[in-house]
Design a protein around this ligand. Structure first.
Ligand code: SF4
Ligand code: SF4
Length: 170
């Protein structure tokens, strides 16, 4: 396991719980310019986080496949949609198609690269959704993702610091 991933995965639960509680307080009482603050912080996050040293999302989570994803990716790997589903996916209680196992079958575990990058699921392309608007509507997503994603964690930490500097109490 990479040092980067090991370090993140050993962060105590309480640290992540505190960040979730902070997001709950922000969700209940969002500052006027929250989305603007989030944009600033998001740019800083991507200047500091290297996904190729991490790949935690591909190792510990699953994307949800839309019909368009299924069409595009199954054609790319030379399978019918039916065969693609049978080989790798299952349908969850909500009727969504997900990976049956983790890490994802398309992750190259040596390089941390996605072997279907050009045609990857839209869910993967958008992950971890840091700049989605309005931020208050994605708080539940960030609260879930902070469990696995160093970029999400960094964004929340940076928001906390920014609020403190601006005198925004949450
Ligand atoms: S499809 Fe690619 S980006 Fe998406 S989880 Fe699998 S390896 Fe990761
Ligand atoms: S999006 Fe998050 S979990 Fe996925 S590789 Fe990047 S930092 Fe890691």
């Amino acid at each position: 396991m990479s040092y980067y991933r090991r370090k993140f995965n050993s962060i105590p639960i309480e640290v992540k719980s505190q960040l979730r509680r902070f997001l709950t307080r922000v969700e209940k009482n969002p500052p006027l310019l929250l989305d603007t603050y989030a944009d600033v912080v998001e740019k800083e996050v991507w200047a500091e986080v290297n996904c190729l040293a991490c790949s935690n999302c591909c190792r510990r989570m699953t994307p949800t496949y839309t019909f368009q994803d299924l069409k595009r990716i199954s054609a790319h790997v030379g399978l019918s949609i039916k065969a693609f589903k049978e080989k790798w996916l299952y349908k969850n209680k909500e009727g969504e198609w997900m990976n049956r196992s983790q890490p994802c079958q398309f992750l190259d575990k040596q390089t941390n690269m996605c072997s279907i990058y050009e045609v990857r699921p839209a869910d993967c392309a958008g992950f971890p959704h840091l700049n989605k608007k309005k931020m208050t509507e994605y708080m539940h997503v960030h609260k879930q993702n902070v469990e696995y994603c160093p970029a999400t964690m960094k964004m929340i930490e940076k928001l906390k610091i920014m609020f403190a500097e601006l005198g925004i109490k949450r």
